[in-house]
Structures are given as structure tokens and as C-alpha cells.
Design a binder for this molecule. Structure first.
Ligand code: SF4
Length: 451
């Protein structure tokens, strides 16, 4: 059995080939309009980018999807969830900061053409889903906002990820649709074997109050489990819920670096697939459409506050219904087969000499296999890895007028005619040269075409 995955490449030589127009074309090719009925709420799930990340998908793609949903009489809303504090800052950890970060990145109700809602409220507005088929998770907490929606269009930026190795459709629903406490669950918070509180640490490396970051380190933990005095750091592990907030801010000093992190990352990769299965069980696979955009394929994800050089040139857009596994495998295969981008980490000598797949080498912090997410997702029944790529040729792109992508300003001549009639932009419309002061002769270009 194979899953059909629709594809359009990233090249564009015409306004109908714009990536925005291609998103609209793939919406129609994959028949997303069949996922919902007139008057029903349709969620557009996406990652709106961390503070100072610049690789996230542009708001125009969301706008196009919202317009397509409205064209078919659905009621769109854009949504994401509260994150764990992966960095020392609160950028998307609560709906207040999340919406501020989203607006800074260009996502507002005005730019998206529909409301933006944080689906898990303050992180604990969720629905518990039993998951006996889960490999790591036996239950998961999915944001309540998705229960409001009759259908979900999952718009994913396909790129690397330090934990899952890659971040695509599986991660967008597995992590992105879990509530904040669901994220704690999949990251192994308080797990007796994999919980962060079980890791060893190196207090001997701590400079105590002499460290310039001591104050920040003490303020990072939401459970107040890290204390620093003149003798060094004290980690009250019994308080730790495994939110990961301290990790990013302490990587440089090595106090909390430990090899046990590898076990935690690999298990969390399985947790992502289990969590994705819980989401699909809740919403119903017949109600979920996936669009993966393999452009700006940065080595790490949009959750970090920077964006590195993409590891491959832009590839294109993929779309399918009901199965996040096949579409992610299609993206992985396309990236693996692609040339690497010069000056990216994919083209570094270490990666090439090691002969490891681009995504595994670039995405993972410590060499977690890119296959864990896929194979665990096959095992728990989330989807299949076999796919048939169906190229949607540019002629199938609907005309701008038909696809609802025509700017609402209308035809330029009609719009500007009245203004130009009242005030001609030429300085002197009656003069033969329009009244502009310029060199009237032909210019010999030979002086300028070489340097
Ligand atoms: S000690 Fe535990 S609860 Fe506190 S910041 Fe670190 S991971 Fe989070």
C-alpha cells in the first residue's frame, strides 16, 4: 500500500508559480475542501517562529490557506500551543508572550486573515487521550483548541531538529498539538528512567556566585530547583519536573552536560510519534490535511532563537491527507538525494567524511537516528512510510482569479487612472521628454559591463 503525496517544486517563473499560488494549488489537488463542511471551524496549525528565529514559514502561506478555507465556506483560525521553556526566556511559554512573539514575526489576525488562538490556553487546557498502542507514552494531553475544529490543516516547515533530527508533519502535531503538560510528558518529565532529574551533573564546574551568569541561572527554573551560593550550584532534583529550561542557558559552562541526554533524546523522538498518534486519534485522520514546505531547510528547528544556513537548496511543497509519516519520508528522501548548500553545516568536512545522512548529521545534537521518529510512527499505527509522489504540474495551478489569490486592490490601470488624471506623475506631461532632466543620448555600455 502507498500513500499519495502531491508535490510541486520550488521553482517560479510566473505569478501562477509563486509558492503562495502553489500552496493554493496543492490545497485543491489534495482536495482539502472535502475535510470539512460549510460553516465548520477549520484549524490551521503552524509554528509561528521563536523570538529572533528567521527561518519560519512566512505568514502569506497561512493567509492563502485561510482564504481557501473561506472559499469553501469553512471558518478558519490559526493556532499553536504553549511551549516548554526550552531557552532561558519565556518567548512562547504562555499565550501572552506567544502572541507577542507571533506578532513580531508578522502573524496577526490581519496578516493571517482570521483569528489566532493559543490552543492550550495557559498550557493546561487540554484533553487526555488514552494511548494503549503507544510505545513510550500510554496517554497524552492534546490542546483543547483542536477539539473545537472539525478539520485541521497542518502547515509544517520541514527542517532539521536537535531532538527529533528532523521536524516535519509528525513533529508539528506530536509536539505542536500537545499542551504544555503534554510536552512535559513526551520529554520524559519525572520518568523514573529518562526524566531529566535522573541525569548526573557536574557541580564541580560551577563558579558559584562569581559566575557572571549566576543570577540568570538561579532565575531560570520555574520550580525554583536551582540554587547557587558561594560554594557552587545545588540542584534540588526532587523538585525538577524536566521542563529543560536550564539546559540551553548552561550549555557553555558544562555544569549540566551529561551523556544521559542521548537516551532522553532518543526516547523523546519516540514520544513525538506517540503524541502525534494521540492527536490523530482525537481529531480523526479523515479530518487532517498536511502541507510540508521543504524550503529554508535549516539544520535546527524554528524553536531556537536563530536560523543557520539551509542545508540544501529549496526543494518544494508536499501535501497529503490523513498520514503524516509518508509525507515526512517523502521530504527526507528528497533532502537526502539533494546536493548540499555550500557554506552550510551539511557541506562541512566532518559530516561528509562521516558519510552520515544529511538530516541525521545536521539536525541531531548528538547523532540521534533520523529513523526513530519514522519507525516508531509505523509501529504505533500513525502511518506508513511507503508513498507515491504525484507531481502537480504548474498548468494545474488555478488562475489567480479562480484561486482567490488576486489582490483585492483590483486591476492597476483602473485603480491608478483617476489619480494620474488628476496628477500626472511626469514632471511636465506636455514636454517631449516628460520633463525629467536626463542625458538624452544613448549610453555606451562597454565601460560598465566589466570590472
Ligand atoms: S531543574 Fe528541572 S524544572 Fe528546573 S529548569 Fe531545570 S529541568 Fe526545568
Amino acid at each position: 500500500m502507498e500513500k499519495t503525496v502531491y508535490f510541486m517544486d520550488a521553482r517560479a517563473q510566473h505569478m501562477n508559480h509563486s509558492l503562495a499560488a502553489k500552496v493554493a494549488a496543492l490545497f485543491d489537488a489534495a482536495k482539502f475542501q472535502n475535510l470539512f463542511n460549510e460553516g465548520e471551524y477549520v484549524a490551521i496549525k503552524l509554528h509561528m517562529g521563536e523570538y529572533n528565529n528567521t527561518g519560519y514559514l512566512r505568514p502569506v502561506y497561512v493567509r492563502v490557506i485561510a482564504e481557501k478555507i473561506k472559499q469553501y465556506k469553512g471558518i478558519p483560525f490559526v493556532t499553536d500551543t504553549c511551549t516548554l521553556p526550552y531557552t532561558p526566556w519565556a518567548g512562547r511559554t504562555n499565550p501572552i508572550d506567544h502572541l507577542k512573539t507571533a506578532a513580531r514575526n508578522g502573524f496577526t489576525a490581519e496578516s493571517c486573515g482570521c483569528p489566532i488562538v493559543i490552543a492550550d490556553g495557559f498550557g493546561q487546557d487540554d484533553i487526555r487521550v488514552d494511548l494503549p498502542e503507544g510505545i513510550f507514552l500510554k496517554e497524552q494531553y492534546i490542546a483543547s483548541g483542536f477539539a473545537m475544529a472539525s478539520a485541521v490543516i497542518v502547515l509544517s516547515h520541514f527542517k532539521g531538529h536537535p531532538l527529533g533530527t528532523f521536524g516535519g508533519a509528525i513533529k508539528n502535531i506530536g509536539v505542536g498539538c500537545a499542551s504544555q503538560r503534554g510536552k512535559l510528558n513526551l520529554h520524559g518529565g519525572r520518568h523514573p528512567k529518562y526524566g531529566l532529574h535522573t541525569y548526573s551533573y557536574n557541580p564541580i564546574l560551577c563558579l558559584g556566585l562569581k559566575c557572571p551568569n549566576a543570577e540568570r541561572c538561579m532565575s531560570i527554573c520555574p520550580m525554583d530547583a536551582i540554587k547557587i551560593d558561594e560554594n557552587g550550584v545545588h540542584w534540588e532534583k526532587e523538585k525538577c519536573i524536566g521542563c529543560t529550561a536550564h539546559l540551553f542557558g548552561t550549555m557553555g559552562c558544562g555544569v549540566f552536560l551529561s551523556l544521559e541526554i542521548l537516551d532522553g533524546l532518543e526516547t523523546a523522538a519516540i514520544g513525538i510519534s506517540d503524541s502525534a498518534k494521540a492527536f490523530m486519534n482525537l481529531v480523526g485522520k479523515e479530518n487532517v490535511g498536511f502541507i510540508n514546505m521543504a524550503i529554508d531547510v535549516s539544520p535546527w528547528c524554528d524553536c531556537i532563537p536563530w536560523t543557520d544556513v539551509p542545508i540544501v537548496p529549496n526543494i518544494g511543497i508536499f501535501a497529503s491527507v490523513g498520514d503524516p509519516v509518508a509525507i515526512d519520508v517523502a521530504c527526507l528522501d528528497a533532502i537526502t538525494e539533494s546536493e548540499g548548500t555550500p557554506n552550510s553545516v551539511a557541506e562541512s568536512k566532518d559530516v561528509i567524511n562521516a558519510g552520515i545522512p544529511k538530516m541525521a548529521a545536521c539536525g541531531s545534537l548528538v547523532g540521534v537516528s533520523e529513523n526513530i521518529q519514522i519507525m516508531s510512527a509505523v509501529k504505533n499505527g500513525l502511518g506508513i512510510k511507503e508513498y507515491r509522489l504525484r507531481n502537480v504540474i504548474p498548468q494545474e495551478v488555478p488562475k489567480m482569479e479562480e484561486g482567490g489569490l488576486l489582490p483585492d486592490s483590483g486591476i492597476a490601470g483602473r485603480v491608478l487612472r483617476r489619480l494620474y488624471a488628476l496628477k500626472n506623475p511626469l514632471p511636465n506631461p506636455n514636454a517631449e521628454d516628460g520633463g525629467f532632466k536626463r542625458n538624452p543620448n544613448r549610453i555606451d555600455m562597454t565601460e560598465y559591463v566589466e570590472r
